[in-house]
Design a protein around this ligand. Sequence first.
Ligand SMILES: Cc1cc2nc3c(=O)[nH]c(=O)nc-3n(C[C@H](O)[C@H](O)[C@H](O)COP(=O)(O)O)c2cc1C
Length: 353
Amino acid sequence: MSYNSFGHVLRVTTFGESHGPAIGCVIDGCPPGLEISPEEIRTELARRASGKSRHTSQRREKDDVQIVSGVFEGKTTGTSLAMLIENTDAKSKDYENIKRQFRPGHADYTYWKKYGFRDYRGGGRSSARETTMRVAAGAVARKWLRINHSVEIQGWLAQLGPIRTDAMMDWESIEHNPFFCPDPKCVPELETYMDKLRKSGDSVGARVNVIARNVPAGLGAPVYGKLDADLASAMMSINAAKGVEIGAGFESVSQMGTEHRDEMTADGFLGNNAGGILGGISSGQDVVVSTAFKPTSSLRIPCRGLDMDGKEVEIVTKGRHDPCVGIRATPIVEAMMALVLMDHAMLHRAQIG
Ligand SMILES: Cc1cc2nc3c(=O)[nH]c(=O)nc-3n(C[C@H](O)[C@H](O)[C@H](O)COP(=O)(O)O)c2cc1C
């Protein structure tokens, strides 16, 4: 069985490990004639990159993406679109001490239980290095959606640990701080919090939201092809994702029907608790998804764990790690939103025309 691919008619396969020679992806099903350049993809990759501020992992990858197939004279040919990025800043010796140990909260134990063998260097395939290729593929989907449907996708950090960051939404400021925070007034508080956190050696969780505007009504299908089900699956497939909400999400639990139902008038819907999806099909409203990310599990603070012989050991993780993975997750959730929406737009066209 192989689960390195996702999507229905727009199918994305990724490959590569954190400390392997390269990572890459193959996009199958991309329509021909889309103008796309490595520079456009690099712009998206730079938004996701680590080492841009003191608040993220200090691994510095060039992410010098090469398009190795599927583009001729600057346009997609309709054949498999493949991209490749060399890993240039891996430090595998940092992982020597956990070669035979399982970091609590990471994928080490389950990979070993399943396969009986694992690439321990930087987490191997379980590393979020893989998400680089989702962002590369997402750049293609984003452009296609913009040209064909005027869809615009924007993500933001909604909460970091105890700090709620989106009570005030200043869309312009999201790209102008290291957190993708929409409220410039929260940025100094985030910096102070993260500086203290980094010194303590601990980590923290976060919530990242994403909105897609101008999504045409009609994307998604009953009953096993629901747009919200595919979005939830896509977001949950991101490393460290622990929860996904569509629209009002878990707040729906305490809402009354009269409050939740998004009344309709000739001028449009009066709310968007549905998050733009009804019956698994987009309504034409903004599609809104929220994803919870857990705190990073690789910590230099010692903890109790097991080694491969089942012996209790003290685990200390060395190396360069993100103290809050949510800080870098915004471009990743945007990419997953773009890939799912493009897939569903193409599916809709295939069935309905
Ligand atoms: C952008 C991003 C960066 C991450 N960086 C780290 C990291 O530096 N160290 C770490 O232990 N986990 C990191 N993670 C999380 C792990 O990849 C993840 O916890 C691990 O694969 C286990 O999978 P699970 O948490 O989904 O169960 C990161 C996740 C994301 C989305």
